[in-house]
Write a protein that binds this ligand. Structure first.
Ligand SMILES: [Zn+2]
Length: 337
């Protein structure tokens, strides 16, 4: 009899235990369907889990320039930090997706061609050297608190929806240069860095860039400042400011940027002038006033490859991310990497 009572109690406990064993009380049907249907509103943790399988196959070694630390990070997660550092989150989604694919391609190109520039690391987090990167924590803190979550999710969604896509030419990842604002016309790399160039980096025109704050800028310096700044690099410099032709533009590149400018007894390349006087681009005019030299500058950046504001402008005109990429990089293909 005791035995029968024991079995009855055990059976009752077992019946009650079944739902607890098979149903996770913390995971309701509702949250599960949200995760499946709207991955863009997931929080950070599920994203890490969802990308877990990529981790062992798909990582890069990122050099943090501030600390010298090398971190191995998932490529797609690395791109969240690149795109959120490189392009304003309020840009059109198609522009952000174009930026994602450009950044992914640039990264692949760096992995293949880095040549040990950063030792063991493939790429660094500096926009002055490779491409900018920011941690999620720092990025969220810099955004307005009301918009931070939505901004981050927008970027994550743009990365995830173009997962694995890269830009190729002849089957190889391209050297996907990009910059802020082309001033309406992009530049050939040979006019910026020399070398032999790339067939997919040509001069292309983009409408609508004048609507962005990066389009127009000015730098005004006293004549003495101009002389001193050039002297830091060329001690032989002499400028007779009484001669109104002492400072003038001598030659332009095909894109309309300054190829050569004359400052007194020396000629400087447009790229050098940009660097010496901290101009936003090599697309400038020079004006002499009684006491100053004024540079009026169009565009922002070296001008090679994709213009970010141009991408946003094209997106707002109805172009897709693929059309934007094919506008800025001539004759390329989009491939699954
Ligand atoms: Zn670098």
């Amino acid at each position: 009899m005791k035995r029968i009572i024991f079995y009855m109690i055990a059976f009752t406990l077992f019946i009650f235990a079944i739902p607890i064993i098979f149903v996770n009380p913390f995971k309701t049907e509702e949250t599960a369907s949200v995760e499946v249907e709207e991955p863009e509103i997931q929080t950070q943790e599920p994203i890490v889990e969802a990308n877990y399988n990529y981790r062992e196959y798909n990582t890069i070694k990122l050099l943090h320039t501030a600390t010298g630390e090398i971190e191995e990070v998932n490529l797609e997660e690395y791109l969240y930090g690149v795109v959120s550092a490189e392009m304003p989150a309020n840009f059109h989604e198609e522009a952000l997706k174009a930026q994602v694919v450009v950044a992914r391609t640039y990264t692949m190109y760096k992995i293949i061609h880095s040549g040990g520039k950063h030792g063991e690391a493939h790429i660094c987090d500096s926009s002055l050297c490779c491409q900018a990167w920011i941690s999620k924590e720092n990025r969220m803190n810099r955004w307005d608190a009301n918009e931070a979550e939505a901004n981050w999710n927008k970027i994550v969604n743009c990365v995830n929806s173009t997962a694995g896509k890269i830009i190729t030419y002849n089957g190889e990842p391209i050297n996907a240069f990009f910059h802020a604002n082309s001033g309406g016309t992009t530049e050939m790399p040979i006019n910026v860095w020399g070398g032999s160039g790339y067939p997919y980096l040509q001069v292309v025109q983009t409408a609508g860039e004048e609507g962005y704050s990066q389009y127009n800028s000015e730098v005004e310096l006293t004549k003495q400042e101009v002389l001193e700044k050039i002297k830091e690099k060329y001690s032989e410099i002499e400028i007779d400011f009484a001669d109104e032709n002492a400072i003038q533009i001598v030659e332009y590149t095909d894109s309309g940027r300054v190829r050569t400018a004359k400052f007194g007894n020396i000629n400087l390349s447009g790229v050098e002038v940009r660097s010496i006087f901290g101009l936003r681009s090599a697309n400038f005019t020079i004006e002499q006033t009684e006491t100053t030299i004024k540079f009026t500058v169009k565009g922002y950046g070296h001008g090679v490859g994709m213009s970010q504001t141009g991408a946003d402008s094209l997106a707002k005109q109805g172009k897709t991310w693929e059309e934007i990429i094919k506008h800025f990089y001539v004759g390329v293909e989009i491939k699954e990497y």
